[in-house]
Design a protein around this ligand. Sequence first.
Ligand code: ZN
Length: 410
Amino acid sequence: MIAMRLRAFFIAGAISAALASASFAKSSKGKTSAKPASARPAAAATPAPKPTPAPSDWQVIKVGPRDYLSADNIAKFYGLLGNVDSTGKSVVLNDGRNQLQITLNSREAVVNGVRNWLCFPVIAQDGKFLVSRIDLAKTIEPQLRPQMLQQPGRVQTIVLDPGHGGFDKGALSAFGSEKEYALDVARRLRSLLVAKGFKVVMTRENDVFLPLDLRARIANATRDSIFVSLHFNATSNREATGFEIFSLTPRGAPSTADDALALHFLNMQAGSAVDAESFELSTAVYHSIVGHLPEFDRGIKRARFAVLRQTKIPAILVEGGFLTETGDSKHVADPAWRTKYAEAICTGIENYRNLAEKKQRPMLVADYRAQAAGEITVVDLAQPPSSLEPSPAPAVVPVSNTKQDPNQEP
Ligand SMILES: [Zn+2]
């Protein structure tokens, strides 16, 4: 461990060298200062998990109005080793279990094998990659140390919220409508959850219209519960495809679909008392979905959708694919696929319950793929070992992140 920590010290130098010829972010440069003893890498409104890092472990760097932590500081704190890619634009921090990839001037990150969207772009200053403090506290720390989640509530009841209904059909494909698919997945998921010992409340059981605030009120009337809103996607870009998942945008940060530099989003819109739980729930469910199904990983995102904003229990919204894309719309129309999708969400919810109630770390996408490879071993012993390799992780390529009007409800 000492060797690892020592090696991590050298990342700053490696990053400096790699950045020597790279273009730097055009952020206004502020003075670098150590914070007073009370400083933590957390948003001001919400206390960081305990035990917190000793203040001396973090050197907070102020750039313009915002606090940042350097990549080498993050590596050192978590005991990660760092590598800068040949372009000098990306850093991968790794300890064999946790992995964090960040890219200069980008909000796109890869955390433990799945795409994430940071609230603010990674910037560079004095040869160091800098990650905003709110991203460290609200997105990175919860994934590198999920077991630090503070006093999560029990998870006995799952509130399933099939999107749309009645005259509101939601997205449409050549085969059907979002309102039908969402309700169908909710019904499949309900059976699976009940079999696992959960109680299930549905915001709608039939094809009826339900206002968003009523959905939230139904959720808020339950105890020891979590809220899972089920949707399918649509966009004018007919090639957009894949899964994405949302939890509430942290206080003082832009949503994923917002321009990070649009200052009017940086007001003090309330977060939620259960932000951390909601985010852990979104990562647990998303890893299971991406780990079980091969569709494209669009990532873990943030939004201020009404059902996320108004619910007072841990809440997520899952987008199960694009009804405007041929491939996605075909498999969403397949009942067998919808069963697999419901099973993946169920497993993610179980993983969240194990985290909340037993401090058991949720499985990651790599765990699910390894597990799937193991199942092949059991089923077909005649196969040569080479065929038992887990399928490779999807290539991490930048995708357009502007699929819709940021203020539009899904
Ligand atoms: Zn929808």
